[in-house]
Structure formats: structure tokens, C-alpha cells
Design a protein around this ligand. Structure first.
Ligand SMILES: Cc1ncc(COP(=O)(O)O)c(C=O)c1O
Length: 514
């Protein structure tokens, strides 16, 4: 009989990555000073927080949260439906409905459960839900939890969406759900075209404005406002854990629809409500984003500089036209090596791999509160590390690169694809991965060999079984042995890495003694 825990015991990737010093997750922040953090006693520039406007640490927001904790306590200990709705939730819903110019709002405990709860409540048996293939995981969970039929269309491909809408039964209820701003690659949903399609095929449209709220549009109402289609988008969802510097989520729309969601979403009925400090912090931050548009302007200035200079160095910042700054690496092993170099050099960024992103990339976000000096320092680190791993050439490919950013007022495009992107890969002429590591003139030969061994071990560990089968056309006998071969490789790799790690410690301690 199979033991359900068997896979857990056999899973060694994390252990392996930790040994190699490449494990990027669950990093413990010991101290947080908004734009800089301390990890393992070392100061790093925080360059991957979604705290776009720097409001999570704003003294007014902190004070509002403290005051709410004093007045209401730490938790409501109840769901919104039962005993967990306090005056702060009610006020927040009123203010958010007004802000988005919709009839009503429903606040959930997190953005994740806002999507999960709203979608599963709305999309019922015989209904259809159309989602872009690159939507956030919380929408994917909503799709899994609903009883309707899901149709996935190719990323931002309106012909594909139209084909699927046209093929759907006319009598079925239809909901199209997209991210207004795509969180990994920073491009925008084609909301204007989707509004046309939803009208033509009798569908409803929902936009997740997690990365749009406070960032996009003249008033910070997200991609819907940016494209001038706020009134035509039926449901707008947003989360408080980004620009609002808190935690919680909201969905706004027609009063009867919001009323339905409030009474049918399991995440509303069976989940304890947002804590009083979180609700008060979101309320205060909402007030600030309306009163201080200069924060948004500063965020765009910094983001534009980062995109321009990174592309000028030869990096490929993908289709992003927003403050989300992805750097394409394209290879998982190299992505983690690049990430570690950036961390060692003093930059806190996140490596994204499948399924969070289609291509392996390092994602960074700068905040309105970063100083010019911090941005300059971060750019120097990107350049140095990018050269060391062979992502960009030593000589600058271009003197000045123009970038198009979806700043308030600049509409008409969704992504920067096809323009200055792909500079990196063409400039370096495919000299990525192993060739780059071995050809890195800046490192001693022994170190290059060690990195190459690490790279190959990592590759071996992360190759998908199906890929191997297809690539190598393995004979059946070898195919059945694949798990044993993999374990052998893993054991060899782990021995090598732990040996190397011990040597590193020995070198470090002899360095510190000298
Ligand atoms: C597009 C998108 N939607 C929803 C969420 C979920 O929000 P939260 O993390 O606040 O629960 C996120 C968070 O990363 C997101 O990026």
C-alpha cells in the first residue's frame, strides 16, 4: 500500500539547493527599514517588495494600525458573516466602492481569498470562466474551486479569446478574468479589446488590480483606469498587500453581485475577517494615495530609469511597461546562480521559475521611497553580476535605450515586446549557461569548474522526466531506471556540493584569521 508521505521523504531538491547555497525562499528578515533589510547580519537593498509606494512603513499607516490594535484588539476572532465585521471593515468597503466608482465592495482577509472566494461563488454549474493562461495563482485556485467549466486562452491573445467565446453556448453565463497588470512580467491585459468582446458575446469582465491599485492611472485605480474602461469592467479586484502596505483584499462591482458574493463565498463565510490593524492601515493608505500623487510619479521615475539603464546594459526586461522589473535569464540553474550573486552583492530580489513565470527570470520592484543613491548602487550590482554570469556583455551594447512605460496618460500599448527587449540574448550571442561560467575571465579557474559542476548537478536535478524521454528517445529499459539514475546523480551532486561547501567555510575562516 502506498504511503502518502513517501514523496515527501524522497524529495531532496530543497536540501540540495540549501547545500549549494542557492535556496532563495523563506529568507528570515531580521530587520526591516523599508528600502533596506538585514538578513544573516547583512544589509541588502530591498528590491522585490510590492510595497510600491513605501506605505507599509509610513508613520501614519503604522500609527493607524497601532491605534486600531489598542481600540479593537489584535483580531476579530470571527468571520465577516458571523461576528467579525467591525466598523472599520464597513468604512473600508464604503470608501473603496467610492474610490473605484462602483456601487458596492466586499472586503476579504487576503487578496488570495478574494479571488478564490469571489470566483467560486459566482461561477456555478453550466457557467463558463475564461482566464488568461498567465493569471495569478489565486485566480487559478478560484477556477479549481468553482463548479463551472474553465477555458484558458493564450496570454493576451484576443483572437484566441474571441474564438473560445464564439464557440461557447449563447445561453451559458460567461466571466472573463484577467490580471490588469501581470505580476511576473509587468505587461498589461488588453482591457479595451476585452470590453468589446464581452459586450459582443454577453460576457462579464473581472480585472485583478493587485499591481494596478495605487500604481496605474491618474488616480491610482489600476489598469482599468489607465485604459479608461473602469466603468465597463464589471468587477474590479484588488489586494491591500501591495500599494496599500497592509493585508486584505476587495472586490467591487454592482450591488446585487457583491451581495451575492458576500453571502456565497466560502472565504467570506468561513474565514475570520481582516484584523483591525490591517483594516485601519489599508484605510489610512487609501487616504494617502489619493492625497499624495507625487508618490506615484516618483515610483514611475525610478522604474523608468531602472528599465532604461538595465536595457542599455543589455538586459532583457521582457515585455514590462510597469514598475515590475523582470530580468530574463531563461535557464533555471543560471537563474539561481545569478540570484545568489545578486544577494551576495547586497540586493534582495526574487528568482521566478515555472509555474510563477513562463521563463526563468529575476523579478525586482523598486519603491517610491528608494533614494537615487540606492538605485545607482542596485544598477551597479545588476551590471557586475550580469556580466559575471554571461547575461550581458562586458561592453555596453547601446549608449541610450528609449523605453515605453505605461505611465498615467500614456495609453495605447500593452507591452514593450518587439522593441528593445531581447537585447541581451542577441548581444551576447547565446553565450549563456555553461559557456558563460567557463568563459568568465573575472573568476579563478578552480571556481569556474566548481560553478560548472554545480550548474550541471542543478540541471540534472531539474530536468523533467518527459523532457529526457523526448530529447534522448531513451530505450524502455533505461526509462524504467530513470528514478535510480536521478537518485545516483543527486547523491553524487550532493557529495560534491557538501565537499565544496566545507572547503568554502575552511577558506572563509582562514581568510578571517589572516
Ligand atoms: C495578481 C495578484 N492577485 C492576487 C494576489 C494575492 O494577494 P495577497 O498576497 O495580498 O493575498 C497577488 C499576490 O501576489 C497577486 O500578485
Amino acid at each position: 500500500m502506498a504511503d502518502i508521505f513517501e514523496k515527501c521523504a524522497a524529495w531532496k531538491e530543497v536540501q540540495m539547493a540549501k547545500l549549494a547555497g542557492h535556496y532563495p525562499y523563506f529568507r528570515v528578515i531580521e530587520e526591516h527599514n523599508e528600502t533596506e533589510v538585514t538578513i544573516g547580519g547583512k544589509r541588502l537593498i530591498m528590491a522585490c517588495s510590492n510595497n510600491y509606494l513605501g506605505l507599509a512603513q509610513d508613520p501614519r499607516v503604522r500609527e493607524a494600525a497601532s491605534e486600531a490594535a489598542r481600540k479593537w484588539g489584535a483580531s476579530t476572532c470571527g468571520s465577516r458573516l458571523a461576528n467579525g465585521t467591525i466598523a472599520l471593515h464597513d468604512e473600508l468597503e464604503h470608501r473603496l466602492a467610492k474610490f473605484f466608482r462602483k456601487e458596492a465592495a466586499a472586503c476579504f482577509t487576503t487578496g488570495f481569498t478574494t479571488n478564490l472566494g469571489s470566483i467560486s461563488a459566482l461561477v456555478q454549474r453550466h457557467d463558463l470562466i475564461f482566464v488568461d493562461r498567465m493569471v495569478h495563482g489565486s485566480i487559478v485556485e478560484g477556477v479549481h474551486a468553482c463548479y463551472g467549466d474553465a477555458k484558458r486562452f493564450r496570454h493576451n491573445n484576443m483572437e484566441d479569446l474571441e474564438r473560445q467565446l464564439a464557440a461557447a453556448p449563447a445561453e451559458a453565463g460567461k466571466l472573463i478574468v484577467v490580471d490588469g497588470v501581470y505580476s511576473a512580467e509587468g505587461d498589461l491585459a488588453d482591457l479595451p479589446r476585452m470590453v468589446e468582446l464581452k459586450k459582443k458575446y454577453g460576457a462579464r469582465l473581472m480585472s485583478d488590480e493587485a499591481h494596478g491599485l495605487g500604481v496605474m492611472g491618474e488616480g491610482g485605480r489600476g489598469a482599468c483606469e489607465h485604459f479608461g474602461v473602469l466603468d465597463d469592467v464589471d468587477l474590479v479586484m484588488a489586494t491591500f498587500s501591495k500599494s496599500l502596505g497592509s493585508i486584505g483584499g476587495v472586490i467591487v462591482g454592482r450591488a446585487d453581485v457583491i451581495n451575492w458574493i458576500k453571502h456565497h463565498a466560502r472565504a467570506m463565510i468561513f474565514q475570520a475577517s481582516m484584523t483591525p490593524p490591517a483594516a485601519a492601515a489599508a484605510l489610512k493608505a487609501l487616504e494617502i494615495i489619493q492625497q499624495e500623487p507625487e508618490r506615484r510619479a516618483r515610483l514611475w521615475d525610478i522604474s523608468e530609469r531602472i528599465h532604461r539603464e538595465l536595457r542599455g546594459m543589455g538586459f532583457d526586461t521582457r515585455p514590462s511597461v510597469t514598475p515590475v522589473v523582470p530580468i530574463l535569464v531563461g535557464d533555471q540553474a543560471q537563474n539561481f546562480i545569478f540570484w545568489r550573486k545578486l544577494t551576495d552583492a547586497g540586493l534582495f530580489v526574487s528568482p521566478f521559475t515555472k509555474p510563477a513565470a513562463e521563463h526563468d527570470l529575476v523579478r525586482s520592484v523598486f519603491m517610491a521611497t528608494h533614494t537615487d543613491e540606492q538605485v545607482t548602487r542596485a544598477l551597479e550590482i545588476f551590471q557586475r553580476c550580469g556580466r559575471e554570469v554571461g547575461l550581458i556583455p562586458y561592453e555596453k551594447p547601446r549608449a541610450r535605450v528609449e523605453v515605453r512605460m505605461a505611465r498615467p496618460g500614456a495609453t495605447g500599448f500593452l507591452s514593450s515586446a518587439g522593441e528593445d527587449q531581447a537585447v541581451a540574448t542577441t548581444a551576447v550571442g547565446g553565450k549563456l549557461g555553461l559557456a558563460a561560467i567557463m568563459g568568465n575571465r573575472g573568476e579563478p579557474v578552480v571556481r569556474r569548474f566548481s560553478e560548472a559542476a554545480e550548474f550541471l548537478t542543478w540541471r540534472a536535478l531539474n530536468v523533467e522526466g518527459e523532457d529526457v524521454r523526448r530529447l534522448a528517445q531513451l530505450p524502455e529499459r533505461l526509462w524504467t531506471q530513470r528514478h535510480r539514475i536521478r537518485s545516483k546523480l543527486m547523491a553524487m551532486g550532493m557529495n560534491w556540493v557538501s565537499h565544496r561547501q566545507k572547503q568554502r567555510y575552511a577558506d572563509d575562516s582562514s581568510d578571517s584569521r589572516n
